[in-house]
Design a protein around this ligand. Structure first.
Ligand code: ATP
Length: 344
C-alpha cells in the first residue's frame, strides 16, 4: 500500500513582528500537516494568528514580520520538496498562484476593476506558463463553468463591477484553481456573503477537492461552518494551536475550554430570523487575549478560563493527546474533568 505524504507539513513555526512595543510573538510553535484532498479548518478569534500563518506560506508577511523558526514543507506529489520558510523569492513566486492558490474575504479588492474577469483568469494561466494567450481565454470560460457561472463564454467579457459578490468570489476561485494547485488557502472566503451564497461557495470548494484531489486550508472565525465543511479542525488561540482533531470530534466534545467557549457562542443553527430574534443574547467569551509582546508564563487562556487552577498559571501547557487513534489533542491540563472528558 502506498501512503501519500502530506502536501504541506508545518513544523514548529514561529512568527515574530518587530514593533516599537517589542517583539510580538504572533505565531508560537505551530505544527500541523495537510494531506492531499483534505479540508483542514483553522479557527480562532481575531488576532489568534490564522492569517499570519497562511501568509507566511506564500512569503507574504508584512515587512516587519519574519519567520523566526520552523519549517513549511510544501511537497506536492511527484515534485521536489520546497521549504517555504527559507525559499528564495523566485521560488515563492512560482508557488504563489501555481502550486498554492489563495482566495480572500473580499474579492472586489483582489480583482482588477479595469480588466474583464476572463482576462484576469487568462493572465494567471499565462503567468505560470500554463497556456498561451489564445488558449488561456478558452480555458477561462471552462474555469468559469467549473465554478458554476452560467453563460461562461459571455461572462468572460464581464468586469467585476457587473457581477454580484457571490459571482466575484466564484471568479476568485476560478483564478485560484487555474493552475491546478495542490493546496488552496481560503481565508474567510464567505464572510461577506449571505448564508445561501456562503453554502454554494463551500459546495463548490468541496466539489473541486473531490474532482481534483486539491487540499484546502480553510481559515475562519466561524465554527458553525466547520462541521459541514472540514475534515479536521485546528483551534488557534494567542498564536498557538490549543486543540486539534477531526471536525466532528471537536464539535461534539471539545477538550479545550477555549474551543468549548467558542462553541457556546454559536447561535442555535437552522432558525429563521423571527425565531432567532426570540433567542436570549448570545454569550461572549469574557476578557481579552493576552498581549503577544508580553506572553504570560502559564496558559495563555488562564485569565479567561472558568476551569483555571494554580498549575495553569505556573507552567506552559504542552499539547497532549486526548485520543491518539483519532488524532485528537488539547493544550489543557484540565481536559479529563471536562464534561464527558474521558469517554470519547
Ligand atoms: N502588521 C503587523 N504588525 C504587528 N503585529 C501584527 C501585524 N499583523 C499581525 N500582527 C500580530 O499577529 C497577530 C495575529 O494576526 P492575524 O492577522 O494572523 O490574526 P487572525 O487570527 O487572522 O485575525 P483576523 O481573523 O482578524 O484576520 C495579531 O494579534 C498581531 O499581534
Amino acid at each position: 500500500m502506498t501512503v501519500s505524504r502530506p502536501v504541506l507539513s508545518v513544523e514548529g513555526l514561529h512568527i515574530h513582528f518587530h514593533t516599537r512595543r517589542g517583539i510580538v510573538h504572533a505565531v508560537d510553535d505551530v505544527t500541523f500537516d495537510i494531506n492531499p484532498g483534505e479540508i483542514v479548518a483553522l479557527v480562532g478569534e481575531s488576532g489568534s494568528g490564522k492569517s499570519v500563518t497562511s501568509l507566511s506560506m506564500m512569503g507574504l508577511l508584512p515587512r516587519i514580520g519574519r519567520i523566526a523558526g520552523g519549517r513549511l514543507l510544501f511537497q506536492p506529489a511527484g515534485q521536489d520538496i520546497v521549504d517555504l520558510a527559507t525559499a528564495p523569492e523566485k521560488a515563492l513566486r512560482k508557488v504563489r498562484g501555481g502550486g498554492i492558490g489563495m482566495i480572500f474575504q473580499e474579492p472586489m479588492t483582489s480583482l482588477n476593476p479595469a480588466m474583464t474577469v476572463g482576462e484576469q483568469i487568462a493572465e494567471a494561466l499565462v503567468l505560470h506558463g500554463q497556456a498561451n494567450n489564445h488558449a488561456a481565454m478558452a480555458r477561462a470560460a471552462d474555469l468559469l463553468a467549473a465554478v458554476g457561472i452560467a453563460n461562461p463564454h459571455a461572462r468572460v467579457r464581464s468586469y467585476p463591477h457587473q457581477m454580484s459578490g457571490g459571482m466575484r468570489q466564484r471568479v476568485m476561485i476560478a483564478i485560484a484553481i487555474a493552475c491546478r494547485p495542490a493546496l488552496l488557502i481560503a481565508d474567510e472566503p464567505t464572510t461577506a456573503l449571505d448564508v445561501t451564497t456562503q453554502a454554494q461557495i463551500l459546495d463548490i470548494l468541496k466539489q473541486l477537492r473531490h474532482d481534483t484531489g486539491m487540499a484546502v486550508l480553510f481559515i475562519t472565525h466561524n465554527l458553525s461552518l466547520v462541521e459541514a465543511f472540514a475534515d479536521r479542525v485546528m483551534v488557534m488561540y494567542a498564536g498557538q494551536v490549543v486543540e486539534y482533531g477531526r471536525a466532528a470530534d471537536v464539535m461534539e466534545a471539545p477538550r479545550h475550554p477555549y474551543a468549548r467557549a467558542l462553541l457556546d457562542c454559536l447561535p442555535v443553527r437552522h432558525l429563521d430570523a423571527r425565531e432567532s430574534a426570540t433567542l436570549p443574547e448570545l454569550p461572549t467569551i469574557r476578557g481579552h487575549p493576552p498581549d503577544l509582546a508580553h506572553r504570560p508564563a502559564g496558559c495563555a487562556f488562564a485569565t479567561r478560563c472558568d476551569m483555571v487552577r494554580d498549575a495553569c498559571r505556573a507552567g506552559h501547557p504542552d499539547l497532549q493527546m486526548v485520543n491518539a487513534v483519532r488524532g485528537h489533542a488539547t493544550r489543557c491540563i484540565a481536559w479529563p474533568e471536562m464534561e464527558g472528558g474521558t469517554d470519547i
